[in-house]
Design a protein around this ligand. Structure first.
Ligand code: MN
Ligand code: MN
Length: 368
């Protein structure tokens, strides 16, 4: 059963007549049609009594026609009002009282007012955001294939990062090299802004890459993700650029690595997200660095880099087969050093399977 059919069945169970989906990312998830309409309206209308219809700008019509099957397309010109197009297209519902589900997490007040004006006989009370969020939690085998594709290009990106390390370069130089090489290898898009943080900059988990030089015998934290057919990857390696580790560098790196591996090895269907977070946190705390692991262990991933579930302390959400999330423990000593090791995984009856396969070595040459 297609994702669209699954959603339609759930809406029918809730006695919904119509469902409007406007978030381009959700439309991509439901239909496979990925498009960014910017300020123009693109609206997927699911009808329980007939096939779905997609209202979209005329300039996207040909692209949609080639990509979308089983969905009626209605396009409008820039000189026409999309709201009038919508009102006209759905005018035959007028005699009934219609219950419509909308994405409450996405639709703005302005859009809602326009919808109410265009379709005064419709009540917009039901929230489809929650239904879709729950569906997106469990990936189909096809989605996992695509995420493995995104993982492959993230591994490639880490390789480019390791190749670029040089004392004559700064963080921005490394970042530019990674993304230039990716574009040359037909990976056009990152899933979020690439982070390359050297020395003490890495102590800020959300630091911004700048002109801090790369130094020998220092760590460089590289956190990046790519997009592959609408699906995201997200990984971090903290690369040691040098040949002589200090005792502290080696100790901190090995603690984070131990926490990462312990969490990965512990993943099991039926455990809670909070229990998983605790396994990594306990290890870091046992070494005395619990106060320096300042964020949750991980987050869900799919078409967006941050989805549900949240792998956070106290979250009693139960992990199920084919859920996808990151495991990314870290230690951040302010103004001194930051280490994080991150991979994303999917849950199987045999445990966690990774989307990325880069090494965990302290020798940067092993990544090249
Ligand atoms: Mn992450
Ligand atoms: Mn990341």
């Amino acid at each position: 059963m297609s994702i669209l059919h699954t959603l339609q069945r759930k809406l029918q169970q809730d006695n919904i007549d119509l469902c409007f989906v406007q978030n381009p990312s959700t439309i991509g998830y439901l239909t496979g049609f990925h498009s960014e309409p910017h300020e123009r309206l693109m609206l997927l209308v699911m009808r329980m009594d007939s096939n779905p219809l997609l209202i979209l700008p005329a300039l996207d019509y040909e692209k949609a026609l080639a990509q979308v099957k089983g969905i009626e397309l209605v396009s409008y010109l820039d000189s026409q009002s999309p709201w009038e197009t919508l009102a006209h297209t759905l005018s035959h519902y007028q005699s009934k009282s219609i219950r419509c589900s909308i994405e409450k997490d996405y639709v703005t007040m302005t859009t809602l007012e326009r919808l109410q004006h265009a379709l005064p006989f419709v009540s917009f009370s039901h929230n489809v955001s929650t239904l879709i969020q729950n569906m997106r939690l469990i990936k189909t085998p096809h989605e996992i294939e695509l995420m493995l594709g995104a993982g492959k290009t993230a591994d490639l990106a880490i390789k480019f990062a390791a190749q670029a390390l040089d004392i004559n370069r700064n963080e921005s130089d490394i970042l530019a090299h990674i993304e230039y090489q990716l574009k040359k290898h037909h990976v056009p898009k990152m899933s979020f802004d690439t982070m390359v943080l050297s020395q003490a900059n890495a102590a800020n988990p959300h630091g911004e890459p700048g002109n801090t030089p790369i130094q020998f015998n220092e760590f460089v934290l590289v956190d990046l993700g790519t997009l592959y057919q609408g699906y995201a990857s997200d990984m971090t390696r903290t690369l040691f650029f040098g040949d002589t580790l200090s005792k502290e560098q080696e100790k901190l790196y090995n603690i984070v690595l131990e926490a990462h591996h312990a969490a990965r090895d512990a993943v099991k269907i039926g455990m809670t997200a909070g229990e998983l977070d605790q396994i990594a946190r306990d290890i870091i705390s046992q070494y005395g660095y619990g106060d320096y692991f300042t964020h949750r262990l991980g987050h869900g991933i799919g078409q967006s880099v941050h989805e549900f579930p949240s792998i956070a302390s106290g979250n009693d959400f139960i992990l199920q087969e084919n859920m996808c999330f990151s495991i990314e423990p870290g230690i951040y000593l302010p103004n001194k050093i930051g280490i994080r090791i991150e991979d994303c995984f999917y849950v199987t009856p045999q445990g966690a399977k990774p989307f990325t396969h880069s090494p965990y070595s302290l020798n940067y040459r092993d990544y090249q």
